[in-house]
Every structure is written in structure tokens, then in C-alpha cells.
Write a protein that binds this ligand. Structure first.
Ligand code: GLP
Length: 236
């Protein structure tokens, strides 16, 4: 595991963007696993800046996002599809047809999970997966559980996760109670993983995830078994 200490959020974002742009420069048709939440926003801003300067080209990239709330449309500003368009896709030259986010309004959630799982397999898996971490150790929306869920699945969100994400909604009641998330297997089968953690409130969970016991009660702890994980962190 490669641990990289950053000096504050801007530095963390630049270091994380460096890892992603190196991936895309070395393999222009990379499959990037992308993430939402507040942590990656600066990384996307940095990538957009470098794209505008002509340093990195996303025209051959395909993306698969980790997760999406269940029951809200892609046009809803709280949806992760909207977030990705807003914070990244609409600012770079990635082909919109090559951007993938689970469909939170699919008729049949179970079928949507099967479709998404097949899509990742058909793409040949993920070259580089960007991850944030929830306060309870979730990655994507893989919440603490008694076992690791391998494939894309519908998940009941923890109350603490809903509370943490309520800041993006008008009220806690508006936060969906379910989501579709990529499973642990697709994440673990990614060739490389880039985990970012920013702020003092993430220090404790990062320490437990990276140095404590590997348990489904702390989903990010499984990353200890991955052969190529880079963690960029700043606890300032
Ligand atoms: C959400 C997302 C996760 C993300 C987490 C942490 O729950 N599903 O992918 O890692 O939030 O978000 P933040 O970076 O805002 O702390």
C-alpha cells in the first residue's frame, strides 16, 4: 500500500489528479471508476484545469461510477449522475455515451444491478478506481454488514450515512433510504485503487480501515488485500 500524505485539500486534490492523469496519459482508453461525495470535487477541478491546458485527453476514456441513489432521476440535482455531469463530465472531452452511472429510476432495481455488473465485465473491468470513504468505513455505498456483498446490489443506507449526506439535500427526509452500489468484487478487481481521505474527521476511520482487522463491518478494510492501493490523505 502506497500512503501519500498531502498538505491540505488542494495538495491532496492535485496529488490524486496526478495519479489519474498519469493513468490516462499512459493508457488513453482507460476504464476509470469514479466516485462522488465532497472529497473528489477538487480532484475533478484539477483534472479539468489540466484538460483545458491540453495536458490530458479524456476522449478515449470510459467511466463507471460507483453508485447512485435509488428513486431519484438523473436530472435531480442531488443525483450522482447530475453531480458527475456538473463537476466533471460536462467540462472535459469524455464522450457522454461512455460515462456510466447506475440508473436510480430503472423499472426493476435487480435487473439494473445485473445490467451494471455485466457492463463492468464487458468493459474488461476497471483500470483505476477512485474511492472516498464514509465515516462508517463505507466505500461506494457498501455499508457495514455481516458479509461483503460481491456484486452490484441495492443497499439500505445507514442512518449515519443519510445524516452525513443530508447536507446536500434540503432536509434529512429528502435523503433516499436506498442506493445501488457497485459491489466489493468489482472494486477489488480494479487493477489500481486510489483512495482519498480529507479532513480530521476521516483520520480515525482511515487508521482502522488500513491497519485494523479486515471485516465487513468496516468495508474499506478489504482494501488491505488489494495489491495496488494508493491512499492520498490530509487530516488537517
Ligand atoms: C457518499 C458516497 C461515497 C463517498 C462518501 C464520502 O456516501 N457514496 O462514495 O466516499 O459519501 O463522502 P465525502 O467525500 O463527502 O466525505
Amino acid at each position: 500500500m502506497n500512503l501519500i500524505k498531502a498538505n491540505g485539500y488542494k495538495d491532496l486534490s492535485r496529488k490524486a489528479a496526478n495519479v489519474i492523469s498519469a493513468q490516462v496519459i499512459l493508457k488513453p482508453n482507460s476504464v476509470l471508476g469514479l466516485a462522488t461525495g465532497s472529497s473528489p470535487i477538487g480532484t475533478y477541478e484539477q483534472l479539468i484545469e489540466w484538460y483545458q491546458k491540453g495536458d490530458v485527453d479524456f476522449s478515449k476514456v470510459t467511466s463507471v461510477n460507483l453508485d447512485e441513489y435509488w428513486g431519484i432521476s438523473p436530472e435531480n440535482p442531488q443525483s450522482y449522475r447530475y453531480f458527475m455531469n456538473q463537476h466533471f463530465f460536462s467540462h472535459v472531452n469524455i464522450n457522454p455515451l461512455n460515462t456510466n452511472v447506475p440508473n436510480g429510476l430503472a423499472n426493476d432495481p435487480e435487473e439494473e444491478c445485473i445490467r451494471y455488473e455485466k457492463l463492468i465485465a464487458d468493459l474488461g473491468g476497471i483500470d483505476l478506481q477512485l474511492l472516498g470513504i464514509g465515516h462508517n468505513g463505507h466505500i461506494g455505498f457498501n455499508e457495514p454488514d455481516v458479509s461483503f456483498e460481491k456484486t452490484t446490489h441495492v443497499v439500505e443506507l445507514d442512518e449515519t450515512t443519510r445524516q452525513a449526506n443530508a447536507r446536500f439535500f434540503q432536509s434529512l427526509e429528502e435523503v433516499p433510504d436506498k442506493a445501488i452500489t457497485m459491489g466489493i468484487r468489482s472494486i477489488m478487481q480494479s487493477k489500481k485503487i486510489l483512495l482519498i481521505a480529507n479532513g480530521p474527521d476521516k483520520q480515525d476511520i482511515i487508521q482502522k480501515a488500513l491497519f485494523g482487522p479486515v471485516t465487513p463491518e468496516l468495508p474499506a478494510s478489504i482494501l488491505q488485500f488489494h495489491p495496488d492501493v494508493t491512499v492520498v490523505y490530509s487530516f488537517e
